[in-house]
Design a protein around this ligand. Structure first.
Ligand code: CAA
Length: 258
């Protein structure tokens, strides 16, 4: 499988997708979105892969959708492009865990793709923003929705209406990112987290992800019901027996992913 705008690597049980348009700060052109979807299809259907990292380079995760490509697009074109609109949602629809490893700029569509991942590990030079307002448009891949759920209305309004960026430290305080680490180690930190997740029971990881996501989609009562059912269902797996027995026997569990 060869790509022009991304790099795809498989390292042990971790799939790594790296945006690879360094000259344009990893601007997200349409072919890049298509390649991202194709790579995720591949990683999702590969039984050897249990967790995924999406990353960029030290200067930019991605500085947004490709402005040069969009400048002359018509309303009809933007509305009609079903393929592209589906590709924008591809990360959010991935059933395997996806970590965003973000250094440098994560702006516009870049911030939105990072927020579509399950969590964000940020380098201390990361900057997050929804600057679309400064170029005469507004977020279109979840910036007004996911950001508001993650950081609350006040900060989301501030970012979407003024276009101001948040640095990594503010993003951590606000709940947008889970950890901030030195630039030199952000990828290793993400890789260690992905490898740790990959070592746990894969079906249980899937259910835990589904349960956390339910919190953003539903009422507390419904979310608690969903969680309870999913929790009960983990008792159908050999891995639950093995995990608990291993704890009692003071040894490491050997999960069989069933
Ligand atoms: N699209 C296309 N090209 C981009 C780009 C983008 N989003 N962001 C950066 N580039 C290009 C620049 O045009 C420049 O190319 P040249 O060298 O050929 O001139 C190159 O990347 C380097 O950028 P700068 O010279 O601007 O670098 P800088 O360090 O001075 O600034 C920056 C970096 C703050 C990220 C600045 O480039 C910037 O503001 N980029 C645009 C950010 C933006 O508005 N993003 C939102 C896009 S719209 C969107 O994403 C909509 C949506 O929700 C779907």
């Amino acid at each position: 499988m060869s790509f022009e705008h991304i790099l795809l690597e498989k390292k042990a049980a971790v799939g790594i997708i790296r945006f690879n348009r360094p000259k344009s700060m990893n601007a997200l052109c349409q072919p890049l979105f298509a390649e991202l979807s194709e790579a995720l299809d591949d990683l999702e259907s590969d039984d050897a892969i249990a967790a995924i990292i999406i990353t960029g380079n030290d200067k930019a995760f991605a500085a947004g959708a490709d402005i040069g490509e969009m400048v002359e697009a018509s309303y009809q074109q933007m509305l009609a492009d079903e393929g592209l609109n589906r590709q924008w949602d591809r990360i959010a629809n991935c059933r395997k865990p996806v970590i965003a490893a973000v250094a440098g700029y994560a702006l516009g569509g870049g911030c939105e793709l990072a927020m579509s991942c399950d969590f964000i590990i940020a380098a201390d030079n990361a900057k997050f923003g929804q600057p679309e307002i400064t170029i005469g448009t507004m977020p279109g891949i979840g910036g007004t929705q996911r950001l508001t759920r993650l950081v609350g209305k006040a900060r989301a309004m501030d970012m979407c209406l003024t276009g101001r960026m948040m640095d990594a430290q503010e993003a951590e305080r606000a709940g947008l990112v889970s950890r901030v680490v030195p630039l030199e180690s952000y990828f290793e930190e993400a890789f260690e987290a992905a490898s740790l997740i990959a070592g746990f029971s894969r079906p249980v990881v899937k259910l835990a992800k589904e349960a956390v996501n339910a919190a953003l989609e539903t009422t507390l009562t419904q979310g608690l019901k969903t969680e309870r059912r999913l929790f009960h269902s983990t008792f159908a797996f050999d891995d639950q027996k093995e995990g608990m027995k291993a704890f009692i026997e003071k040894r490491k569990p050997v999960f069989k992913h069933r």
